[in-house]
Design a protein around this ligand. Structure first.
Ligand SMILES: O=C(O)c1ccccc1N[C@@H]1O[C@H](COP(=O)(O)O)[C@@H](O)[C@H]1O
Length: 208
């Protein structure tokens, strides 16, 4: 099966068009405060419309994802509805009940955890109905997860994030065996500014 690829932190129509044309499965819009990639819900809605149209032209569905952090379930549901996304990516200390209520509200949920958080939860018998994304401790920082931090890779489909780039994604996938990858910093020319050639190169290298 083809590797699932998400390009995150998109904030311009050109970067959305490029990611879809290059074959991205999912696009992330940062609705968490304090990131150089943050967009408001209205801006995200206009980018979601661009993604839908680009997906229609490409003859496939492209998943749109609101990336949130430390926001309550009600607030997340409100902004995700306004943005019109398919999924939410919970990147903070959200309780499982928030994921449950967002799923019940009709959103697909991606649970983002650091490798350390995942190891602790796994040891305590935690399981989740949602897709799991493993990231570095500081999301969006371009820092990689080392194989030593990930003593046991999750069973089943999971998404690797954190410091991936066109230069290292193939090796990271071969080493850790995720079903999907997610990137933000590694396809930027400077923090918060996506580089269209790097987006294309990342998707090609990930699937290559
Ligand atoms: O990208 C951000 O600024 C961000 C802010 C808040 C929560 C998550 C964020 N990004 C996520 O971080 C990972 C990896 O990013 P990187 O490739 O290391 O820069 C990815 O899952 C993004 O969705």
């Amino acid at each position: 099966m083809s590797l699932w690829v998400k390009i995150c932190g998109l904030s311009t129509p050109e970067s959305v068009e490029t990611a879809v044309a290059a074959g991205a499965d999912a696009l992330g819009f940062v609705l968490a405060a304090g990131s150089p990639r943050t967009v408001d819900a209205a801006r995200a809605a206009s980018l979601v419309a661009v993604a839908r149209e680009a997906g229609r032209r490409a003859g496939r569905e492209v998943e749109t994802v609101a990336v949130v952090r430390h926001q309550g379930a009600e607030e997340v549901e409100r902004i995700a509805r306004e943005a019109g996304v398919d999924a939410v990516q919970l990147h903070g200390d959200e309780p499982d009940a928030d994921a449950d209520s967002l799923r019940a509200a009709g959103f697909r949920v991606i649970r983002a955890l650091s490798a350390g958080e995942y190891a602790a939860r796994r040891a305590a018998g935690w399981t989740s109905a949602d897709r799991l994304l493993l990231d570095a401790a500081v999301p969006g920082s371009g820092t990689r997860i080392g194989a030593e931090e990930l003593a046991e890779a999750p069973a089943g489909f999971w998404i690797l994030a954190g410091g991936l780039s066109p230069a290292n994604v193939a090796e990271a996938v071969a080493a850790l065996g995720p079903g999907g990858v997610d990137v933000s910093s590694g396809v930027e020319s400077m923090r918060g500014v996506k580089d269209l050639a790097l987006i294309r190169a990342f998707i090609e290298a990930a699937r290559g």
